[in-house]
Design a protein around this ligand. Structure first.
Ligand SMILES: [Zn+2]
Length: 306
């Protein structure tokens, strides 16, 4: 049992290490104007979502939540979180359905990952996201073509809190210091709000990241002179696809865009080869990991990631 737990956690760790910098203009990793930081929150909506929204409201800052279809579908409260996120004036975006590696999928599987997530998000919030982030940043040539053909904006990042690396650190303040290293290096100590902009990556499924890191991120970036913006304001393209209807309680000034881009909602994975079956098993594994994150089970099991 201990060995299987270790292997499972190690696989998660190794998979998460392989994050490549974008080498394609279709993958956005900076804003189109200086002086702004698009704070992006991945892998939710999770169990600390309410806490994080309260912190953001108190500090009067905005963010973009890249949510997972599995996280929405697995828990009614998390589904309800989408409307709370919009009501807080934040933007919703897609992080795919299963958090699987898109580069290992067929075109149909890739389409299904985003269309199923779009359908789930529409059902629970009324919006279909234009902005998507590939799990672990993995979106090669074929994936990039699929996403751009669907009218989606592939959203990378240029600063990483690396908070997931420190989720098992016993002292939350120590984990926070470690997660601030790249933020301090790239934003606080070596940037100029008159010239620079950032897309910052953080996760909402790690307790310390919400309870301690979020405040540090907000305070230090505001003090440096940057303004927090949504991905829509960062990039300049509308947040949501045609047919989106923002709830009347949404605090955002963003309105659903009327463009020609539409999401295919009927994409189906038709390949039935052994390879596909194998990939689906991988996806099932990824979904199981997501479920574990949801419940904080990785921490409860005492996963040693190093
Ligand atoms: Zn993720």
């Amino acid at each position: 049992m201990k060995i299987s737990t270790f292997l499972s956690c190690s696989a998660l760790f190794l998979a998460s290490l392989a994050v490549a910098a974008p080498d394609d203009p279709n993958k956005i990793d900076t804003c189109t104007k200086p002086g702004v930081v698009a704070w992006t929150i991945d892998d939710g909506p999770g169990m600390y979502n309410d806490q994080l929204l309260a912190i953001m409201a108190k500090k009067n800052v905005t963010a973009t939540f890249f949510v997972l279809g599995t996280m929405i579908d697995q828990n009614a409260a998390q589904a309800g979180a989408l409307k709370k996120i919009l009501a807080g004036g934040h933007q919703l975006a897609s992080h795919t359905y299963s958090h699987g590696n898109l580069d290992n999928m067929t075109v149909d599987q890739m389409k299904k990952e985003v269309s199923t997530t779009s359908d789930t998000m529409f059902k629970h919030s009324g919006v279909r996201p234009r902005y998507m982030r590939a799990p672990e940043g993995r979106c090669g040539v074929e994936c990039t073509k699929v996403m751009t053909d669907l009218g989606l904006v592939i959203s990378h990042w240029n600063v990483d809190t690396n908070d997931w690396r420190f989720m098992n650190e016993k002292e939350p303040l120590k984990a926070t210091e470690k997660s601030m290293v790249e933020v301090n290096d790239l934003i606080i100590n070596n940037s100029d709000p008159a010239k620079d902009s950032f897309i910052l990556l953080q996760h909402e499924i790690h307790k310390f990241s919400v309870e301690h890191l979020a405040d540090r991120v907000i305070d230090s970036i505001l003090k440096k002179g940057y303004r927090f913006v949504s991905m829509e304001e960062c990039v300049g393209e509308k947040a949501y696809l045609e047919g989106s209807v923002l709830p009347s309680t949404a605090g955002t000034s963003t309105t659903a865009s009327a463009t020609t881009a539409t999401m295919t909602t009927t994409a189906t994975a038709t390949a039935t080869t052994a390879t596909t079956a194998s990939k689906e098993q991988n996806n099932a594994g990824a979904m199981a990991q997501v479920a574990a994150w949801t419940m904080g089970l990785t921490a409860a099991l005492g996963c040693a990631l190093i």
